[in-house]
Design a protein around this ligand. Structure first.
Ligand code: IPM
Ligand code: MN
Length: 354
């Protein structure tokens, strides 16, 4: 039997609850497709940090390097100063495991309310390939005259050709494998960011011209992209963009596909250990109430299977989510208004993949 070692990091707030439902669905789909997953649970998060002062020990990173994938709930605790857990756990993992792609599908399932009322599942189905370890997130910058009236600060958008190129190549490959419109739209702000933007524009064009003649190339400024995502989302197939722009447009993407209850993402190292998570936060006020929507975590589990090369099992998870929503049994994707509880939704999806 094919066996995978999966690290589970429930994290904070509702993270552990939604992850439990994701594991429930994985177990159901694995039983059907002859796969086995051995899980190791880690308790990194705000509670552990407040107890021990530790965010993510280096010894844990060494263990995670040897697993097949990491499945994550959510990181973020109301009693911990913002930034400590985000940089100490989430960004540390993305960097240490060199998960240089953040893959975020934007897909409207049936019966899901989107503010774009006249658009349906046919019109909202694209994928954002967000560069995940570079740019402003590199952390280069400085401050001077702090706490004086003239304080200054900088934070630099750092990119090298290799870092841009490996991301752009991943996106071209993804557009080819996806096999839909075969359109790769680069999103940047090259009219203002003349150096960093130009590096992306030339890399996108040169790599495409040389190795991907079958994929159409296109470019949007990031501000225009937010407009088109709402006005004509059907235009997009695969978007590739730098880290901060990707962070921002994928929150917009999550909204047009129905909200954080359904938005999943993968932090991908194509040659190493990848990590999958619902995009939403830890929703502290819903913790432990069986009210949070586990569908985003379940969809992240589907992405985990796809990245492990288990396409049949991944498609089964996606089809089960589709069918659960098409049945109309879930009244809303928002926490507390779903018409059923967290565990009931997990049971329902699990029963459909089995
Ligand atoms: C995300 C989050 C993170 C990011 C934060 C929590 C550091 O917003 O996964 O999109 O900015 O990448
Ligand atoms: Mn974000």
């Amino acid at each position: 039997m094919k066996t995978f070692d999966i690290a589970l990091i429930g994290g904070d707030g509702t993270g552990p609850e939604v992850l439990n439902e994701g594991v429930k669905v994985l177990d159901a789909v694995n039983a059907k497709y002859g796969l086995k997953m051995n899980y190791t649970r880690y308790d990194f998060g705000g509670e552990r940090y407040m107890r021990t002062g530790e965010t993510l020990p280096d010894s844990a990173i060494e263990e995670l390097r040897h697993c097949s994938a990491v499945y994550l709930g959510a990181i973020g605790h109301p009693d911990v100063k913002p930034g400590i857990l985000e940089t100490g756990i989430l960004l540390k993992l993305r960097f240490a495991l060199d998960q240089y792609i953040n893959l975020r599908p934007v897909k409207l399932y049936p019966n899901v309310a989107t503010p774009l009322r006249d658009k349906g599942p046919e019109q909202i189905d694209f994928v954002v390939v967000r560069e995940n370890t570079g740019g402003i997130y590199t952390g280069i910058g400085g401050a001077a005259m702090v706490d004086t009236p003239n304080e200054i600060a900088t934070q630099v958008m750092v990119y090298s050709r290799p870092v841009v190129e490996r991301c752009v190549r991943y996106a071209y490959e993804y557009a080819r494998k996806r096999n839909r419109k075969k359109l790769l739209t680069l999103v940047h702000k090259s009219n203002v960011l003349t150096y960093a933007g130009d590096l992306w524009v030339r890399t996108h064009r040169e790599v495409g011209d040389a190795d991907y003649p079958d994929i159409k190339q296109d470019y949007n400024h990031v501000d225009a992209c937010t407009m088109w995502m709402v006005k004509s989302p059907e235009y997009y197939d695969v978007i590739v963009t730098e880290n901060l722009f990707g962070d921002i447009i994928t929150d917009l993407g999550a909204m047009i596909q129905g909200g954080m209850g359904i938005a999943a993402g993968g932090n991908i190292n194509p040659a190493g250990v990848s990590m999958f998570e619902p995009i939403g936060g830890s929703a502290p006020k819903y913790t432990g109430k069986n009210l949070i929507n586990p569908l985003a975590a379940i969809c992240a589990g589907g992405m985990l299977l796809e990245t492990l090369g288990e396409n049949a099992a991944a498609n089964a998870v996606d089809a089960a989510v589709h069918d659960v929503l098409a049945s109309g049994k879930i009244t809303s994707l928002s926490a507390g208004r779903m018409g059923m509880g967290t565990t009931e939704i997990g049971d329902l999806v699990a029963s459909l993949v089995a």
